[in-house]
Design a binder for this molecule. Structure first.
Ligand code: ADP
Ligand code: DP6
Ligand code: CO
Length: 359
C-alpha cells in the first residue's frame, strides 16, 4: 500500500479584535475569556500543509519551512494527532461492523510538511494557521466528517488561536465552562461576504522571532497581572457583546473604537506582567500615533481607521475601503523608502474559499 497524501491551505486570523490572552487550563488550552478574530483571505497569507501516512513510517515527523523540527516533546501536535486518530479509529470500527475494510490509518505514523508564506513566530499568528492547517489536513487524510466545530475543539488543543482559523469571516472563540473543554470552541459570527467594504492593511514591522512566545507570555500574565483579572471579569464579556453587535450592524465606529481599546488593554496587561512583556516597538507606537492623528483630523469627528497589534510589533489597520488609499499614502509619507526594516502592503479581506487538494 502506497502513501496517502493530503494537502491543504489555511489562513491565519487577521487579526484578533478581542484578544485571547490567558488560559484557565494549560493542558486542554481553555482560555480565561472569549475572543474574536477576522480570518484573512487564504490567497494572501497562509500555511500550506501536506501530510502523508504510511505503514512503513517509524515515527511522526514535521518539516516546517523546509527544516525538520524535533516534535518528540511537542505535546500540542501530539494532541492533534491523538484526537484525530481517535475519530479515525471510530470510522474504522464502524466500517468493520459493516464488514467493510478501511485502511487502518489510525495506526500509521504521519509525515507533516508545512510552509508558512509569512514570518513564523513573529506575532502574525503562525500557530493559528499552522495548527488549523494541521488538523484540517489530518481530517481530510482520515476522511473525517466535515464537522468544523468538532475540528475546532481539536485545533484548540494545538494552539488556542487555531480553533478560530478553521472558519472564514468573523469568528468568536467561546471560552465555555465545562472542565473537559467540550464547549470551548469557535463559532462564526458572520461569513466572509458579510462586510466587503472593510479592508485591512498589514504593516510588517519586523519578521524576527519574538522574544517571548505567546504560550509562555500569557501564563506569566495569568500568574502575575492584577489588571488581567479586571479585564476578564469586567471588560471582555460586555465588549464581546458590543463587538458582535458592531459586526452584525457593520458599524465601523463601534468596531474601530472597540478594536483599538482591546489592543491597548492587551498590551497594558503585558506591561502589567512581572517581569513586563513588551511586544510593541517604536515603529508600532509611531503607527498608533499616525492612526490617532488621522482620526483626529476627521472633519465630522468619525473614526476613519483602527489599529490592532497581536503578540508582536506588526500592525493591522482596519478601515473602510474608501479610506485605504489615504492611509497607505500617510504610512508611506512617515516611513519613506521602507522595506529593510518594515514592509507595508495593502491586502483586501474576504476573497477566497478553501483550496483543498488530495491525491
Ligand atoms: P505566532 O505569533 O506566530 O503565532 P507563537 O509563539 O504563538 O507565534 O507560535 C509559533 C509556533 O507555532 C512555532 O514555533 C511552531 O511551533 C508553531 N507553528 C507555526 N507554524 C506552524 C506550521 N505551519 N505547522 C506546525 N506548527 C507551526
Ligand atoms: C495575542 O494561540 O499563539 O492572541 O494557545 O498558547 O498556542 P497558545 O497561544 P496562541 O496565542 C495567541 C496570542 C494572541 C495572538 C497571537 O499573537 O498569535
Ligand atoms: Co500564536
Amino acid at each position: 500500500m502506497g502513501n496517502i497524501l493530503v494537502s491543504a491551505h489555511n489562513s491565519p486570523h487577521f487579526f484578533q479584535v478581542i484578544k485571547y490572552w490567558g488560559k484557565r487550563d494549560t493542558g486542554l488550552i481553555l482560555p480565561t475569556n472569549d475572543s474574536l478574530s477576522v480570518t484573512l483571505s487564504q490567497d494572501i497569507l497562509h500555511s500550506k500543509t501536506t501530510i502523508s501516512a504510511a505503514k512503513e513510517y517509524t515515527g511522526d515527523r514535521l518539516w516546517l519551512n523546509g527544516k525538520e523540527e524535533d516534535i518528540t516533546k511537542n505535546k500540542r501536535m501530539h494532541n492533534c494527532f491523538r484526537e484525530t486518530r481517535a475519530l479515525r479509529k471510530q470510522l474504522e470500527e464502524e466500517a468493520a461492523q459493516r464488514n467493510e475494510t478501511l485502511e487502518p490509518l489510525s495506526t500509521y505514523h504521519v509525515h507533516v510538511c508545512s510552509e508558512n508564506n509569512f514570518p513564523t513566530a513573529a506575532g502574525l499568528a503562525s500557530s493559528a494557521s499552522g495548527l488549523a492547517a494541521l488538523v484540517f489536513t489530518l481530517a481530510k487524510l482520515f476522511d473525517l466528517p466535515n464537522n468544523m466545530s468538532e475540528l475546532s475543539r481539536i485545533a484548540r488543543q494545538g494552539s488556542g488561536s487555531a480553533c478560530r482559523s478553521l472558519f472564514g469571516g468573523f469568528v468568536a472563540w467561546e471560552m465555555g465552562s465545562n472542565a473537559d473543554g467540550s464547549d470551548s470552541l469557535a463559532v462564526q459570527v458572520a461569513p466572509e461576504t458579510h462586510w466587503p467594504e472593510l479592508e485591512a492593511l498589514i504593516c510588517v514591522v519586523s519578521d524576527a522571532k519574538k522574544g517571548t512566545s505567546s504560550t509562555e507570555g500569557m501564563q506569566h500574565t495569568v500568574n502575575t497581572s492584577p489588571l488581567l483579572q479586571h479585564r476578564i471579569k469586567e471588560v471582555v464579556p460586555a465588549r464581546m457583546a458590543e463587538m458582535t453587535k458592531a459586526i452584525q450592524n457593520k458599524d465601523f465606529q463601534s468596531f474601530a473604537d472597540l478594536t483599538m481599546k482591546d489592543s491597548n488593554q492587551f498590551h497594558a496587561v503585558c506591561l502589567d506582567t512581572t517581569p513586563p512583556i513588551f511586544y510593541l516597538n517604536d515603529v508600532s507606537r509611531a503607527i498608533i500615533r499616525i492612526v490617532t492623528e488621522y482620526n483626529n483630523s476627521s472633519p465630522d469627528g468619525k473614526l476613519k481607521a483602527a489599529y490592532t497589534f497581536d503578540a508582536g510589533p506588526n500592525a493591522v489597520i482596519y478601515a473602510p475601503k474608501e479610506n485605504m488609499r489615504e492611509i497607505i499614502q500617510l504610512i508611506a509619507h512617515y516611513f519613506p523608502g521602507s522595506s529593510d526594516t518594515y514592509f507595508v502592503d495593502h491586502y483586501k479581506l474576504f476573497e477566497s474559499t478553501s483550496d483543498v487538494r488530495s491525491n
